[in-house]
Design a protein around this ligand. Sequence first.
Ligand code: SF4
Length: 447
Amino acid sequence: MALKGLDIFKLSPKKNCKECGCPTCMAFSMKVAQGAVDIAACPYFAPEALAKLSAATEPPMKTIKVGAGDAELSLGGETVLFRHEKTFVSRTRYAMSLCTCMDDETVAQKLEDIKKVDYERIGERMFVEMVYVNYSADGKQDYVELVKKAAETGRILILDCKDAEIAKAALEVCKDGKPILNGADASNYEAMNAVATAAGVVLGVGGADLSEIHDTVEKLEGLGNKNLVIDVTGADVKETFKNAVQIRKAAIKDGDRTFGYPSIVNLHKIAAGDLHKQAALLSLFTMKYGSVIVAEHIGYAEALPLYGLRQNLFTDPQKPMKVEPGVYPLNGADENSVCLTTVDFALTYFLVSGELERSGVPVNLIINDAGGLSVLTSWAAGKFSSSSIAKFFQEQDIEGKIKSRKLIIPGKVAVLKGELEAKMPGWEIIIAPNEAVQLVKFMKDFA
Ligand code: SF4
């Protein structure tokens, strides 16, 4: 059962030394109880108190690491069912599938397709992070060779194989990349556990139904393996959805730690060949509750809305997405280039800077400190006003750094023109269009 802050405080060192970053032991205890801070952040808890508290303050769902080096990713570690309760912790990761059942040409095309989606949105790299390699006993491809090819993509692998001997051979060629070995069930868990633990990789557990999965996870935990993920894929979409939701609810709401592991959803098995259905299911299971989702194909058409959805779900709603205020010279801008100012809301920055770059016109983009709010919201809140812009220009010594005295302001705050001309003498204030997409033509005409 979850501990209350007071229970933790009773066992705390009560030194109020602030080394943990909290002003008092009471504040620290409250944060630990909320799951906001790890109890290990205080170096002064007595070992007996730590032993008593560590198990009770563990998050209800384990954080499982996959991949190696720069490619390492965390899965799970969630503490809530809904994003409005608290921030979700580990982003859903996406995998494209390969299978020994595919011919050479299809495999080669898939390996090319995996690399195609790769772009940045609001400071985050969007790409297919994983490759799922399915073993089919009557396949045309050699499994180990296929795994080798998949490993060359540099993505984290998920080996789907229920045959312990073949899995062992496949891990020999890719275990350094810390893949997931998915394939343990009630019939083979002991052999698969031995292979996964010897290779030091995460083991994926599945089963015919929730009860069988629960029993198998318990047995694996009994063997000392808690480096697990649960394959929640059922016979069809309905069963898979039910499994994903019930496992997450059991872990988070009922405190059932046996189900407290990240999940894999395999769309290749429940919507084979139907790419439109898979695109819809990718979104569905991103929201409910796939830690890894395997699809047959993820191109730009699927990725653009999907990764946008993921980014919205997994950002902290209490923290505005903002960029660092300052001067950003674009397209080789120098001190004589025109200035354009806007707010520090990340989405505004990336949209505006993207369009300005597309225009090819040298421009000094001046990002104001507007609290991470959008143009109209910050204007309404008084954080993007003529006074705040003039003050920011003074603090940043813009006039000392830039000789140009032409300043373009967003069309939505055209009302600021007169006030800015009064507060920033010598500057010519120019009104930009209302929408970022109109900037390319505007800048070209302006130049
Ligand atoms: Fe208290 Fe430990 Fe934090 Fe010091 S580091 S204030 S002893 S909780």
